[in-house]
Design a protein around this ligand. Structure first.
Ligand SMILES: C[S@@+](CC[C@H](N)C(=O)[O-])C[C@H]1O[C@@H](n2cnc3c(N)ncnc32)[C@H](O)[C@@H]1O
Length: 408
């Protein structure tokens, strides 16, 4: 009975993955459980969960571009290309019919169709299915306009700017050759671009020399420490808080945020940014900042009941060109001392099992990435076990961040 009930309540979604796919998948697995990700189709993760996803779910997922609610599934679609196209159209028509039944279709209805991983030409499929859908809507006396640029899938900026999620419907059909399955559904949420740039560029205190953490990456790091979307960690601590991106993103995710930094100027910046965010976004959680060298933290400094340590840490000086080998070794040596110091120092101050998610410096050396040497041993000596490592890089940036997930 219980199993049946679970199946009945299971929701299926396709999450469009952001630029660093592995990180986005890890973020989903952390929140929804390892078994929740059924398969990856192109840039989309098919997820089965009891959780009902909304724009609120979207807003806390830094690695996810959009969420599609899957309402149509076919486990044995026809092999013949023409019959397969007819099958896809049936699914599109079914979603459009559902839309007509439940939404106000007076005025012009906006719609869009995306084809992911379909066999054959997606241009031809999009052209046929967009024209087919327009005709179908017309047959129901609905005047419509599709927002797809000539026979290509939509971009997230296009979807966001057109407000199609409020004024119409975006349908996505996906095909998995691996499992021979069709999935189709409508988009229920998209990354709020204005909100991210407000957080990134409009906060009162910024420091261009610091190389600030992108809010989306801070969100992913916080989510990597979450055991379950319904049992969130409540108190976050960043011992290298800088201008406070981890703190402000924690507040937005309804967590208490604590931060410290070696430089008083930075703790003041963090404090001011947290005050600004609390007012601007009406958050309710507490925040606290103080000035301290992370190597010298004591029991009295570190807030009680820390659920997770999330930190970008110190990456070394920003670099605009490829760093020569000799200098890279010197930087690794200096950072190694810092990491050994703060990790050894903080270990006895944390409850066993507390996760630490941190960034570790790696170098873009043109043709390759040079990673931090022997960090696993260093972390082990300090009492931590590394669970996962991901690389967050951009072609134009010389300093690469490796994201380390470990537990005390
Ligand atoms: C890369 S910045 C952090 C930026 C931050 N994530 C943000 O979003 O603004 C690194 C920070 O570590 C601080 N720092 C460097 N060494 C430290 C130490 N030993 N103890 C504590 N903070 C330190 C620096 O002052 C700097 O603010």
């Amino acid at each position: 009975m219980i199993a049946l009930d679970l199946i009945y309540r299971m929701n299926t979604y396709a999450f469009e993955l952001g630029r660093i796919k592995e990180l986005a998948v890890a973020e989903l697995k952390s929140l929804f459980g390892d078994d929740s990700v059924e398969e990856i189709i192109d840039n989309y993760a098919i997820v089965r969960t009891d959780h009902t996803a909304t724009q609120k779910t979207q807003d806390r997922l830094g690695g996810i571009i959009k969420i599609i609610e899957i309402t149509e599934e076919d486990t044995n679609p026809p092999k013949n290309p023409q019959e397969l196209e007819t099958k896809f159209k049936e699914h599109i028509q079914s979603i459009l019919s559902g839309y007509i039944r439940t939404k106000d279709t007076s005025g012009k209805t906006l719609f869009a169709i995306n084809a992911i991983n379909l066999p054959g030409s997606s241009k031809i499929f999009l052209k046929n299915s967009l024209i087919f859908s327009k005709k179908f809507l017309k047959s129901s006396t609905i005047s419509s306009r599709f927002i797809n640029k000539p026979w290509t899938n939509t971009t997230s900026a296009q979807v966001y700017k057109s407000k199609i999620l409020e004024k119409g419907v975006e349908i996505t059909v996906l095909f998995s050759p691996k499992t021979n399955k069709i999935f189709a559904g409508k988009t229920i949420s998209i990354q709020n671009l204005d909100n991210y740039s407000l957080r990134d560029y409009k906060k009162p205190k910024r420091d261009a020399h610091l190389g600030m953490l992108p809010p989306k990456l801070a969100q992913i790091m916080i989510n990597l420490a979450e055991p379950n979307i319904l049992e969130p960690n409540k108190t976050i601590y960043d011992p290298f808080c800088g201008t406070g991106t981890v703190l402000t993103e924690s507040l937005l995710m309804n967590k208490d945020a604590n931060g410290s930094d070696l430089q008083e100027r930075m703790t003041e910046y963090s404090d001011e940014n947290c005050k600004w965010l609390t007012k601007e976004f009406h958050t309710h959680n507490k925040f606290h900042t103080f000035t301290k060298d992370a190597i010298l933290l004591t029991k009295e400094d570190v807030p009680q009941n820390i659920d997770a340590v999330i930190t970008e840490g110190y990456l070394g000086k920003p670099q605009s060109t490829i760093v020569p080998k000799e200098q890279r070794d010197k930087i690794f040596g200096e950072l190694g001392e810092l990491h050994k110091g703060w990790l050894t120092n903080i270990h006895p101050l944390l409850t066993p099992g507390t996760p630490i998610i941190m960034c570790l410096t790696a170098f873009n050396i043109g043709h390759d990435i040079e990673h931090f040497p022997e960090f696993e041993q260093l972390a082990k000596k300090a009492g931590f076990k590394i669970l996962q490592t991901f690389t967050y890089s951009r072609k134009d940036q010389m300093i690469v961040r490796d994201i380390i997930v470990m537990v005390s």
